[in-house]
Design a protein around this ligand. Structure first.
Ligand SMILES: Cc1cc2nc3c(=O)[nH]c(=O)nc-3n(C[C@H](O)[C@H](O)[C@H](O)COP(=O)(O)OP(=O)(O)OC[C@H]3O[C@@H](n4cnc5c(N)ncnc54)[C@H](O)[C@@H]3O)c2cc1C
Length: 500
């Protein structure tokens, strides 16, 4: 196929054939919710071109997924507005669908697929998406292809789970360079005159499952109220969508990046990119982020190619220390999480922790905790510690916590819960309920890191933590300026928790 997406990124989810009598090619957009730098779209466009059929893009949003709330619906719907605008003048039929009631979308994909030649979708390794694709694959009578656009390294190219960032970095240093030769297209539809979709192409189907009109995609309280989701978690105004994501990326490369190496651990300096929710919902591609950094640094790939694969962070890319530090987060740490989720279906379960971690937890599970809080005390920021409460309040109000405080936030949940298993459960619930970037492979990297994953054993052995790395609010307050932060986030400003 012309302009092919690398084979390592494509896998068939079923054994069904391509239906040459189908009326269109269907791209079922589920994780890479963008029209630029998107391998799945590239693949769907290639099929449409090859088969000389129009392209239909279904971007659907369900109501009944875990933690569905105004916050996440608002973010995703902002992205739908951007996609709709970007595709308005293209020879493509864009079909945004937001489920009005739970299970209303039942049958939509199968009905569309009955008329399609092939269905292309995104390959995301976490949350409910792998199950959703597996169950769709069983039902469709036409070929369903999954395309992996998650990272610079195709997930299939690492054949094992990496237990440290160091070992993964070494692997990347040996294997990543070849993957820069076939990035996704910045603009898949440019220069491709695809067959024009007729108005009637999916008209009948849309009668039963209507597209959302543009006015209803605005994440206003009135619009969001109509969906059966958690309305206690408010949307974050102005957030969401590829347009905003790109603006943030540009702002970061000019003003945050030059201070990243020294400033990334200072919450009050705001030098980090803020891109994690945009990466999570697929509103921006890691390839595009890399491309901007490479342009900014006038990157010469041969400099990286000469580097020895020693697993060390510094000097890997031949860029300045800020860009090197940033790319280590964007590529090594971010893709480490995708590696885990792809190769271990139990990535979110306690038993996925390394043996030494579980052993040291067991040895200290009966240690007396200085405080023990239940989920609702943590959720309502009712601990004795003003800094911890401020971090939780920021999470509730804004759907974010700065990484350094997020580490402390997690470590203290570990410290003040009845057991490590309970701490895990509390972290997952709070992170995934409130964080815009939650429900992501990196959610599990961060949460399990708190408990010991990807880390080494530390001494001296401590009460509760055992050999797991310890953090305290007192030390954190010594290292970073927290006074204004604690004042700013003294309250969570939320209605009493709903029982959703
Ligand atoms: C308890 C805990 C929970 C976490 N939950 C999440 C989560 O739900 N979703 C999430 O994306 N990240 C999570 N992280 C990792 C990290 O906090 C965020 O990725 C980071 O703060 C996002 O901010 P940023 O986009 O400004 O990052 P930047 O510093 O600008 O980094 C750029 C990108 O690199 C990646 N990245 C940065 N730091 C890390 C890290 N430590 N681990 C993995 N990838 C990283 C992210 O994709 C980020 O957007 C968690 C960390 C902890 C300790």
């Amino acid at each position: 196929m012309q302009n092919a997406v690398p084979e390592a990124r494509i896998r068939s989810a079923n054994d069904a054939p391509v239906n040459s009598h189908g009326h269109f090619v269907l791209y079922w957009m589920t994780a890479c919710r963008r029209v630029e730098w998107n391998y799945s779209l590239d693949r769907a466009v290639s099929w449409a071109w090859e088969l000389n059929k129009p392209l239909v893009i279904l971007e659907a949003l369900r109501a009944g997924y875990p933690w569905a709330s105004d916050r996440f619906h608002g973010f995703i719907m902002a992205g739908m507005c951007d996609n709709r605008a970007a595709l308005k003048d293209q020879n493509v039929l864009y079909y945004p669908y937001v489920e009005p009631i739970e299970n209303a979308d039942k049958g939509l994909l199968e009905t569309l697929a009955l008329e399609a030649a092939i269905v292309v979708t995104d390959d995301f390794p976490a949350f409910f998406l792998p199950n959703m694709i597996r169950s769709a694959a069983k039902k469709l009578t036409v070929r369903l292809e999954q395309v992996d656009g998650n990272g610079i390294l195709p997930m299939a190219d690492a054949d094992r789970i990496f237990s440290t960032a160091y070992s993964f970095r070494r692997f990347l240093q040996k294997n990543l360079m070849s993957h820069f030769s076939a990035p996704p297209k910045a603009s898949a539809l440019k220069g491709r005159s695809l067959k024009k979709p007729s108005r009637s192409l999916v008209e009948k189907i849309q009668k039963k499952w209507p597209s959302v009109p543009l006015r209803d995609l605005n994440a206003t309280p009135e619009n969001l109220k109509r969906y059966p989701i958690d309305h206690a978690i408010s949307p974050v105004p102005g957030e969401g969508g590829s347009v905003r994501g790109l603006r943030m990326l540009k702002r970061f490369t000019t003003s945050g990046l030059p201070h990243y190496a020294d400033g990334r651990n200072q919450p009050d300096q705001q030098v980090t990119s803020g891109l994690s929710p945009y990466l999570h919902f697929g509103h921006i591609s890691p390839h595009q982020v890399f491309h901007e950094i490479a342009l900014n640094q006038k990157w010469q790939p041969q400099k990286s190619a000469q580097k020895k694969a020693d697993g060390r962070r510094a000097g890997w890319w031949g860029m300045d220390e800020n860009a090197e530090a940033f790319l280590d987060q964007l590529i090594t740490w971010r893709e480490l999480g995708f590696n885990m989720c792809r190769h271990n279906e139990k990535y979110d379960q306690y038993t996925s922790l390394p043996q030494w971690v579980r052993d040291t937890h067991d040895a200290h599970v009966k240690d007396k905790r200085p405080y023990v809080y239940a989920l609702e005390h943590f959720e309502n920021a009712e601990t004795h510690d003003p800094l911890w409460n401020a971090a939780q309040n920021q999470l509730v109000r804004e759907g974010r916590i700065h990484n350094y405080l997020r580490m402390l936030w997690g470590k203290k949940i570990f410290h003040w819960s009845a057991s490590p298993r309970e701490a895990l459960d509390i972290m997952i619930r709070l992170n995934n309920r409130y964080a815009l970037d939650g429900r992501d492979p990196n959610s599990y990297s961060g949460i399990f890191w708190v408990l010991g994953r990807y880390d080494r054993a530390w001494g001296p052995e401590r009460s509760v933590f055992g050999k797991v790395r310890y953090m305290s609010s007192k030390n954190t307050a010594r290292k970073i300026r927290t006074g204004d932060y604690v004042k700013q986030y003294a309250t969570h400003g939320r209605q009493p928790s709903s029982s959703h």
